[in-house]
Design a protein around this ligand. Sequence first.
Ligand SMILES: [Zn+2]
Length: 570
Amino acid sequence: MSEVTRRDFLKLSAAASAGLVLASCGKRFNNYADLVFQNGHIITVDSRNTIADALAVKDGLIQSVGNSADIQPMIGPNTQVLDLGGKTVTPGLVDSHLHTVQYGKQTWGGFTDIRFPNVSSKDDLMRVVTEAVAQTEEGEWIAGNQGFMLSLSDAPDRWELDAIAPDNPVYLKHMGGQYAVVNSYALKLAGIDKDTPNPAAGKIIRDSDTGEPTGFLGHYTAQALVGNLAPGWGERSDQDLMDDIVRAQMDCLAVGYTSGQDVIVSSSRDVEAYKNVWKAKDLKMRMYLMQYVSSPAHAKEEVLAAKKISSAMLKFGGWKLAMDGGASAGTALMYDTSLPMSKVSYPFYKQEVVNQMVTVMHQEGYQVSFHCVGDQAIDMAIDAIEAALKAKPDSNHRHKIEHLLFPTTDALQRIKDLGIVISTQPNWVSMLSDAYIHVAGEEAMARFVPLRTMLEMGIQLAFGCDVPATPFIEPNWSFAGAVTRTTWQDNIYSPEQSISMMDALRIHTMGSAYASFEDDIKGSIELGKVADMVVWSHDLLTLDPKVDLVDLKPLSTIVAGQIVYEAETL
Ligand SMILES: [Zn+2]
């Protein structure tokens, strides 16, 4: 009964008390639970914030939640009964923004490791590339993983890379994914010179005097001109892609994500890879996919050809557009173009082109999601959603803006009025504020991820970790950013925007489930919902966020009633 719908299950549960029942199909089966948790501290995240001490699971779904006496009749001869000894259980975390395929390949052996902590400065980056050159045959590629953490003005350009790597093509991507830097050898192999036109949404950054490419490639489409030739970034085999997914999901489960939303599946091949992992029964966490679209032609071609996938484990949900780049790349699209974070910014599309793309997807009934960092980019996405809804009203569209780092007050009101979902990353507050203050300045930082304001306005919020565009996958960073607004250098940014741990947990479960139209089947521990749960090392509601979040970890992660990760035998 793994594919049973929640409605079927609720009907069945209502019809059957504990013991034997006769199903409508005529098959006889017992209604004893497969798994029972007793003596726990179960934070259900239901609408009444119920705390329970026992629950029962049947056929991968929650059969009952309550106290031990409620659950007792469901224990049969074959029921696995686990005593939690007072440990805390929550619904499995739903990550509303990560890149599973991309994250999974970061540890691939063919890459030069330029991620933190191996590289944390320009000197480190130059040293690591120099070492790689010494171990690589002339003419062979040096391809970094994703990637180094340096702002555009601190990173080496093509000529500095040429000095240490004159005879090897070099491709180095920034961690945030918004720019890459390559040397002259790599530009030559890709056939890029001063006359090469910029691809849609991308930019080959050029010297302002000579027009020569500097080696910096802004946004995915420009990076791909070189990246498609580089090992690990270009064509990967179907098996490679499947291995990337399987590797990534094990890290996700180990930190408590039972569902993930891969918001930049780069092509239909990646979608096929997910399908193949799922068909092989190797997909252990639930995935929701959104595919990247770069131009109106691409939108028409891909959107009309796409096939919807809708199962309990894998769904294809919609399409992702990028409205700007990132603060480190200098491509955050802000109204104030004097800021370092918007130094080389440019609108990726004209407004009417964005509207065209969104209209195609919206009319076909898909969810649309927008990468937006800067205030101007955010307004462009809101304008496009507003236009699409005017042409075809839909009160349940759930179109999303990802990140939403620097919204204006007016933008927040329009987001609320239009029912736009905000999928954001409070881990950026805890991990990156200390760097952002230098490129964003005081005024913009005062608007940085305003969680409490959005929560109090009733804006639908979702949380995700955004690996590999952030250095760490653990949700601890998101909880710390949301609850304490404190960075790892112990600075506090806009403490008035902090929210409670219960609110943060609700956003990371029900909120993120809402973002993928799945709040009716997951996100809380309630009758008939999927039995996706985490048993934690600490009680999330009484821990001291400034002290205990460092050590918080899952002891066990459960998907569909099956233990899929275990740090400690229960
Ligand atoms: Zn991302």
